[in-house]
Design a protein around this ligand. Structure first.
Ligand code: PFF
Length: 445
C-alpha cells in the first residue's frame, strides 16, 4: 500500500505527545494508590530503581523498533523478526495490541470517574446539590454513563489524525497540570496530619524493599506509567523521522513522567493522612480501602475544605486529569487503529469507530463484573503482559533482529562510543534482570 503516513511535524511534537501518553491516570491515580498500598517510601525507592534499570531501556527499545521500521507495531515487529521468526514478531505485536485494548477497557472507566468528579462541583455551584452528590458517588449507573462519554471524546480526537489531533492537544495542556499539582501540594502540606504522610512517603522502610510483591508491583507500575509493552510508544516512534537521538528522547520522557508521579505522591499520600487525621477511615490493615476509588473521595473532601475557591480548584483539577487521561487513551487507541489502517486497508475513521466499539464492549463487561474483574485485569496487564512484552522487545533488539539494527551491528556504530555498551546492556543485562524478577516472583509466590 502506498499511502503517505501521517507524522509528527517536529522533535518536540514527539516529546510532547509521548509525554502526554506517559503522563496520565497512571501517575496521578495508579502511582499514589500503589505506593500507599505497598509501604510508601519503600515503593518509591524500588520504583525509581526499576525505572532506571528496566523501564527506561524498554522505552528506548520500543521507540527504536517503531522508529527504524516506520510501521505500526504488528508490522514493525514482524519486520524486525523477518530473518529469524516472522510469525513470532507478528504474534508478539498482536499480543501488545490486545494489551492496548485491555488497558483501554479499565482506563476509560477510571477516566469516566474524572469526568463526573469534574462536573460534580460545577453542579454544586449551580445549586443542584442532589445531582452533584450523585456525580461524586461511585455507582454502576454513573459508570454506564461516563465511560461511553469518555470513549466518544477520545474517538473524536483520534479521528482527526496524528498531527491535527494528538500533537496539538498534548502540547497545550500538560504544563497547566503541573502548575496545579504544585499549588495543591503547597496547600496540603500545611494541613494537620500531612507530616505523617510525608514521612511515610519519603522515608523508605528498607526491610520491605526486597519484598517480591512490592518489586513486581513497582515494575508493573513503572511500565504502565511509561506506556510501554502495548505498542503505544512504538507507534509514536514510527511517526517520528528516522534516526533521531532516541536515547535523549527516552531520558526526557522518563524524567518528566517520573517527576509527575513523584509530585502526585507528594500530594495524595499526605492527603490520605490528612483525611485520616480528620477521622475518615482510609486503611484497612495495611491496604487502602476500596479498589483504588478512595483517592477520588479523599480529594473532593480536600477541595471542600478550601471553601468556594475549592470548587473551582476541583473543577479544574479533575478536568485536567480527564485531559491527561485523554492524551494517554489516544496513544493506546492509536495502536490498533494504525494496524487496521496500514495492514487491513481501513479508513482512519472506520478503524477509530471499530476500535472504540470494541473498547466500549470490553469496558461494559468490566463494569458488569466490576468486583471480580476490575483489579484482576489491571494486575494481569501491568504485572504479566507488559513486562513480558518488554522482555520480547529486548530479545528482538538484541537477538532476533538481524538487518538494519544499529544496536546489534557494530560496523554501523562508529563514532558513537556508548552505543555498543548500551546495545549489550539491552541484549544481555535487561532480559536477564527481567527473567530474574519473574523467576523470583514465581518461586516466592
Ligand atoms: N502511561 C499512561 C498513564 O500513566 O496513565 C497509561 C498508558 C497509556 C499505558 C498508553 C499504556 C499506553 F499505551
Amino acid at each position: 500500500m502506498s499511502t503517505v503516513r501521517d507524522s509528527f511535524h517536529s522533535r518536540i511534537g514527539f516529546v510532547l505527545a509521548a509525554a502526554g501518553s506517559a503522563i496520565g491516570l497512571g501517575n496521578i491515580w495508579g502511582f499514589p494508590t500503589q505506593a500507599a498500598n505497598n509501604g510508601g517510601g519503600a515503593f518509591l525507592f524500588v520504583y525509581l530503581i526499576v525505572t532506571v534499570l528496566l523501564a527506561l531501556p524498554a522505552l528506548y527499545a520500543e521507540v527504536y523498533i517503531g522508529n527504524q521500521a516506520q510501521k505500526n507495531p504488528v508490522s514493525a515487529l514482524k519486520e524486525a523478526c523477518k530473518d529469524t521468526a516472522p510469525n513470532l514478531g507478528k504474534y508478539g505485536g498482536l499480543i501488545g495490541l490486545s494489551g492496548a485494548i485491555m488497558m483501554l477497557s479499565f482506563y476509560t472507566i477510571v477516566a469516566g470517574w474524572m469526568l463526573s468528579h469534574a462536573l460534580s462541583p460545577l453542579f454544586e455551584l449551580l445549586g443542584q446539590h442532589e445531582l452533584s452528590q450523585w456525580l461524586a458517588t461511585s455507582s454502576t449507573q454513573r459508570n454506564l454513563m461516563f465511560t461511553p462519554l469518555f470513549i466518544l471524546l477520545g474517538a473524536g480526537i483520534i479521528h482527526q489524525g496524528v498531527n491535527a489531533g494528538i500533537e496539538k492537544w498534548s502540547a497545550r495542556l500538560m504544563p497547566i497540570l503541573l502548575i496545579m499539582l504544585i499549588c495543591l501540594i503547597v496547600y496540603i502540606l500545611q494541613q494537620p496530619g500531612a507530616e505523617k504522610g510525608l514521612a511515610t512517603y519519603l522515608i523508605p522502610d528498607f526491610t520491605q524493599v526486597t519484598n517480591p510483591k512490592l518489586i513486581i508491583s513497582a515494575m508493573g507500575q513503572a511500565f504502565f506509567s511509561l506506556s510501554i509493552g502495548v505498542g503505544g510508544m512504538m507507534v509514536y516512534g514510527s511517526y517520528m523521522k528516522k534516526d533521531r537521538d532516541i536515547g535523549k528522547l527516552a531520558v526526557s520522557i522518563t524524567a518528566l513522567d517520573t517527576f509527575i508521579a513523584f509530585m502526585a505522591g507528594l500530594l495524595i499520600i499526605p492527603a490520605l493522612y490528612v483525611a485520616q487525621e480528620a477521622g475518615q477511615q482510609v486503611f484497612q490493615g495495611e491496604k487502602l480501602i476500596g479498589e483504588g476509588q478512595l483517592i477520588f473521595n479523599i480529594l473532593p473532601e480536600l477541595f471542600n475544605s478550601m471553601g468556594t475557591i475549592g470548587m473551582v480548584v476541583a473543577i479544574s483539577f479533575f478536568s485536567l486529569l480527564s485531559i491527561a487521561a485523554l492524551t494517554s487513551t489516544i496513544s493506546s487507541t492509536e495502536v490498533p487503529v494504525a494496524y487496521l489502517v496500514e495492514d487491513k486497508n481501513f479508513t482512519r475513521s472506520k478503524a477509530t469507530w471499530l476500535v472504540s466499539g470494541i473498547v466500549l464492549t470490553a469496558s461494559m463487561i468490566l463494569i458488569a463484573f466490576f468486583d471480580s474483574l476490575f483489579g484482576v485485569v489491571i494486575r494481569v496487564l501491568t504485572t504479566i503482559l507488559q513486562p513480558l512484552s518488554c522482555l520480547f522487545y529486548f530479545i528482538v533488539v538484541g537477538w532476533l533482529w538481524k538487518r538494519g539494527n544499529k544496536l546489534r551491528d557494530v560496523s554501523l556504530q562508529q563514532g558513537r562510543k556508548w552505543l555498543p555498551i548500551w546495545g549489550n546492556y539491552l541484549r544481555f543485562v535487561c532480559p536477564l534482570l527481567l527473567t530474574v524478577v519473574f523467576v523470583n516472583v514465581a518461586i516466592l509466590n
